[in-house]
Write a protein that binds this ligand. Structure first.
Ligand code: GTP
Ligand code: MG
Length: 430
């Protein structure tokens, strides 16, 4: 039987002027992030400061307070709610005599434990290396799960100056190697996307804060799909999904589109991760429609919407049409009122299926609003048009007759101009 070793930790957090509820939500999120790393949080120490202390993050009085607190508990780790400079880490470690991890480290650690596919592993390794490079001086610590195994992405190496220089060079080389490898995978993705575009396949992307229910929504929509595909992994934990999965959804109206599920966002998502995950996240910026999934039962859902929209902007995906999908309404006893600010919006429950049919109709309206239904009779001589339709339109029915192709098809405006002169009356088909 595998024995789980839980590290014990204290959290320290500086508030430089956030409203109390927002700050508290950030802290309870950090506790969850720690739990995902098998770290049990014993206590939290907070301090209000107008600006973060550049040397020790918290003020010197608080450092002493923390020291006393640490002495009374058996705990070897301090987790800090912000990203620290290497100097802040080493000063704090010296003063407190325990390992100090910052928020970025914790998030990277979760990603490194969850990554399964080759691409995800490479991306996490890249983010970890970028994080580690300026911090090599103090890199002698790691969480207990890796103790003795050396398997973690952030596993440190100690040693003298020469070793440090070697480590730096090794990591720089690794960064370049990983980037090259990722580039190849990126090209593969690009080719796949091009193919999809050529086939006229529309893509909707599920986007949102971690744990908001993106994977659950995808699975719930799949149950409405005529063509059944494998479900994706959903779980009540932060960052359950790290890889992008795409599924085909075919609606009752015989319209098909691709639905993509991907990694969730979080407040203060480390920039190293956004950078490293760019090629995965690029899928989002190429989507025709974004389904922004929101956990309406979270008190801070508005902040989470803001964080998600900020990352979307960073990915150049803020101009893509978006539906705000307020999920988990089954958890709200008094119902939920969508603020008028969110124009194109719907409330659903992926869990009990509320309003999923309406969501699907909204998706269809958005994705295929420019498509027109046509019955066509194309002579064999217009095989050029036939292949265009094959590639770029939705073919709902197809019959080959003696004198040509009989098609029931939905086409974009552009294609309509080219083919509409072969339009026939619906009753003439068959
Ligand atoms: N009550 C309720 N729970 C839900 C609903 N939708 C999802 N959940 C739960 O919320 C948790 C997270 O769901 P996921 O679908 O894994 O969330 P996600 O957005 O994919 O999360 P990450 O992949 O971690 O970013 C799971 O425990 C789900 O069962 C809902 O409509 N109602
Ligand atoms: Mg997920």
């Amino acid at each position: 039987m595998k024995v789980m070793i839980m590290d014990k930790a204290m959290i320290i957090a500086v508030n430089t002027g956030k409203p109390a509820n927002e700050f508290n939500e950030e802290l309870s999120e950090l506790i969850k992030l720690c739990e995902a790393c098998e770290i049990e949080v014993l206590d939290t120490l907070t301090q209000n400061l107008s600006r973060i202390n550049p040397n020790t993050y918290i003020g010197s009085g608080k450092v002493q307070e923390m020291k006393l607190l640490l002495e009374s508990e058996e705990c070897g780790i301090v987790v800090v709610n912000d990203e620290l400079s290497p100097l802040q880490v080493s000063n704090l470690e010296k003063e407190l005599g325990v390992d100090v991890f910052d928020r970025t480290y914790i998030i990277l650690e979760i990603f490194s434990r969850r990554a399964r596919t080759k691409e995800a592993k490479l991306q996490v390794q890249l983010a970890s290396n970028i994080y580690q490079l300026p911090r090599l001086v103090g890199a002698h610590k790691h969480l207990s799960r890796q103790r003795g195994t050396g398997s973690g992405a952030l596993h440190g190496r100690g040693g003298g100056e020469m070793k440090l220089e070697l480590d730096r060079r090794l990591i720089s080389k690794q960064i370049n190697d990983i980037k090259a490898e990722l580039k190849e995978l990126k090209n593969l993705r690009k080719t796949q996307r091009k193919l999809r575009k050529k086939q006229g396949m529309k893509v909707a992307s599920l986007v949102g804060y971690t744990n908001s229910g993106k994977s659950s929504t995808l699975n719930a929509l799949l149950s409405y799909s005529i063509s059944k595909r494998k479900e994706v992994y959903e779980k009540d934990m932060l960052f359950a999904t790290l890889e992008t999965s795409t599924r085909l959804v075919k609606t009752e109206n015989n319209l098909s589109f691709l639905l993509t599920d991907t990694v969730g966002f979080v407040n203060k998502l480390p920039h190293q991760l956004v950078e490293a995950f760019k090629s995965t996240l690029e899928e989002i910026s190429e989507a025709d429609l974004i389904l922004h999934i929101i956990d309406s039962s979270n008190q801070n859902y508005e902040k989470q919407i803001e964080v998600t929209n900020r990352v979307l902007k960073e990915l150049n995906a803020d101009k893509i049409p978006m539906i705000y999908v307020f999920n988990k309404i089954d958890l709200l006893e008094d119902g939920f009122f969508i603020p008028p600010l969110y124009e194109k919006a719907i409330k659903i429950s992926a869990k009990n299926g509320d309003n999923l049919d309406l969501l699907l109709t909204m998706i269809e309206d958005e994705l295929f609003q420019d498509y027109r239904l046509l019955y066509l009779k194309l002579p064999f001589s217009r095989i050029d048009l036939y292949s265009k339709i094959k590639e770029n339109a939705i073919i709902e029915e197809e019959l080959i007759e003696e004198d040509g192709y009989l098609l029931k098809t939905k086409v974009s405006d552009h294609l309509y101009e080219l083919v509409h002169k072969y339009h026939i009356n619906k009753d003439r088909k068959n």
